[in-house]
Design a protein around this ligand. Structure first.
Ligand code: HEM
Length: 90
């Protein structure tokens, strides 16, 4: 989560909001994730976190997802905060 921090099982998520899918050069993303074009906007993040396997079938993100929209909103608000210039809220 920290700026310039290392990747773990998943990619470092600092400043990911508004960045392209598969935003890090030094992380080996799945073809499933890279098949998605465009930036991680709030709507895309919401759909991804609701059901990662549904959003990108074959993704390597081993996470069942967050079923409660409020949980997703809270997590996405936290991701937004991990930036020097947070993307404006919708
Ligand atoms: C609420 C919890 C989580 C959030 C908010 C989250 C968020 C994200 C986001 C936004 C990406 C895309 C990053 C990019 O395009 O650069 C991603 C990818 C990924 N995450 Fe997660 N993640 C979560 C849980 C997990 C867990 C539990 C794991 C592993 C056990 C994991 C492993 C991965 C992996 C491997 C990828 C790359 C997926 C691929 O290339 O198909 N994540 N995550």
């Amino acid at each position: 989560m920290n700026e310039g921090g290392r990747n773990g099982v998943g990619p470092n998520l600092y400043d990911v909001v508004g960045k392209p899918h598969g935003h890090l050069e030094n992380f080996n993303y799945s073809a499933a994730l890279k098949a998605h074009q465009g930036p991680w906007n709030y709507d895309e993040l919401d759909r991804w976190l609701a059901n990662p396997q549904g959003y990108a079938p074959g993704t390597r993100m081993g996470f069942v997802g967050l079923k409660d929209p409020k949980d997703r909103a809270n997590v996405i608000a936290y991701l937004r905060s991990l930036s020097a210039n947070p993307v404006p809220l919708p």
